[in-house]
Design a protein around this ligand. Structure first.
Ligand code: NAD
Length: 428
């Protein structure tokens, strides 16, 4: 099939690459010219395991092309995927202007029947808005709008796009549903075909549930700290219950990234518009904010005075296997430490370039050992696998005082005690 993708971020780039890999003829466009020039040279705008190899292969086989000309892709695609960002406005409502701009451009440039699929996370009823915009701005060309929310996780975007848990298709036209079924037929996953509003809500409800699961275990972690229990054991004991499951029960410094924080807040606003107070999600958000504060309080309690203290940070991205720093808990913690005069040394396997755009007053180090050198405290903010394999004796010997405050519970407290560390973690 001839596929067009508008917006080449995490979602658009993964979508374009996988549909090309499945044998379709894909052109993807982005308004960011530098991004497109780099992609055509094989330079990826994001770090995602397996992405570069797949992009290079499909560019070479000429199933995939990148352009900054939206008109060209709109003319090319029988199916047009809109994958532009839906960032939060200042009041946390969803900013839809990128989506609306794309819809207007599609309307102005489509010359034959198109299936217009939006993958961006949007408030319920957005598809209807897109339909109206296109109808008002086009010359009576036939089209259908489909909601096909994306569930990929950063860090496993390629794997998730190739092997999703489910595919959700929200549409009111059989012609569009048939085309979507054919396009997705090589991907083996349950397909839910539903009305458009339900499809839009499935995405917000899913992210809200996952974020709530994280806040739930963080709330339990706080009770564990007060009562002397161990949240890791509690999560393990809960997780064997098939109705609960172990995933997303990792206590820590809270969720971040460009999905959960904005989607939880947006969902509260959406419900408000319909006259419903989503108190549950307000609590999810509050616990998440408090969790970051609890962590900085632990640093302050242990160091007493932060002015001129040398603090080492391992991990900047909001989770492992990504270089994404958007709404990363690390940025809140760094700002708090800096406000009180601490000097920060940091290392992250992938996120340092993105972090430099946000913090140019951090000393970025070549490895964890350089971070630890002469540090008054070492903070673990992202659970990258390589931090689990460190030579901890070497770390201890190079630190000024052997204090590790672990926001991701990656070490065993007994082992750390044996090694002579003062070790503080979450919920145990
Ligand atoms: P992103 O910010 O990484 O990428 C969006 C891209 O769209 C940018 O490169 C931007 O330049 C481009 N763009 C904006 N307006 C454009 C236009 N008119 N024409 C062409 N390009 C345009 O965003 P993302 O992380 O890929 O997320 C996209 C959407 O998918 C959001 O709604 C997000 O909530 C949702 N989503 C994201 C993830 C994720 O893990 N990142 C997962 C599921 C769903």
């Amino acid at each position: 099939m001839k596929i067009a993708v508008i917006g080449v971020g995490y979602v658009g780039l993964s979508t374009a690459t996988i549909f090309a890999e499945l044998g379709n003829d894909v052109i993807a466009a982005d308004i960011d010219k530098e991004k497109i020039e780099n992609l055509n040279k094989g330079i990826m705008p994001i770090f995602e395991p397996g992405l570069k190899e797949l992009v290079e292969r499909n560019l070479k086989e000429k199933r995939l092309r990148f352009t900054h000309d939206n008109k060209e892709v709109i003319k090319h695609g029988d199916v047009i995927f809109i994958c532009v960002g839906t960032p939060p406005k200042e009041n946390w409502e969803t900013e839809l202007k990128y989506l609306e701009d794309a819809a207007i451009e599609i309307a102005h440039n489509m010359e034959s029947y198109k299936v217009i699929v939006h993958k961006s996370t949007v408030p319920v009823e957005t598809s209807e808005k897109i339909k109206d915009i296109i109808t008002k701005n086009s010359k009576n060309t036939e089209f259908d709008v489909v909601s096909n929310p994306e569930f990929l996780r950063e860090g496993t975007a390629i794997k998730d796009t190739m092997n999703p848990d489910r595919i959700v298709i929200g549409a009111d036209s059989n012609k569009a549903i048939d085309i979507m079924k054919k396009l997705y037929s090589p991907i083996k996953a349950p397909m839910i075909v539903t009305d458009i509003r339900s499809a839009e809500l499935i995405k917000h409800a899913s992210n809200a549930f996952l974020a709530t699961k994280i806040s739930f275990i963080n709330a339990i972690a706080n009770v564990c700290e007060l009562s002397g229990a161990d949240v890791e054991k509690v999560a393990e004991g809960m997780g064997y219950d098939k109705r609960i499951g172990r995933s997303f029960l990792n206590a820590g410094i809270g969720y971040g990234g460009f999905c959960f924080p904005k989607d939880v807040q947006a969902f509260i606003k959406i419900a408000e518009k319909y006259g419903y107070d989503l108190k549950l999600l307000k609590a999810t958000n509050e616990i998440n904010e408090q969790q970051k504060k609890n962590f900085t309080n632990k640093i302050k309690d242990n160091l007493k005075e932060l002015n001129d203290k040398k603090i080492g940070i391992l991990g900047l991205s909001f989770k492992p296997n990504t270089d994404d720093m958007r709404f990363a808990p690390s940025s809140y913690i760094i700002e708090e430490m800096q406000k009180q005069g601490a000097k920060i040394n940091a290392y992250d396997p992938e996120a340092m370039e993105k972090s430099k755009q946000m913090f140019d007053d951090i000393n970025y180090c070549k490895d964890p050992y350089e971070v630890a050198k002469d540090a008054d405290a070492l903070l673990i903010l992202t659970e990258w696998n390589e931090f689990k394999e460190l030579d901890l004796k070497k770390i201890k010997d190079s630190m000024k005082s052997p204090l590790i405050i672990d926001g991701r519970n990656i070490y065993d407290p007994k082992e750390m005690e044996k090694l002579g560390f003062e070790y503080v973690s979450v919920g145990r």
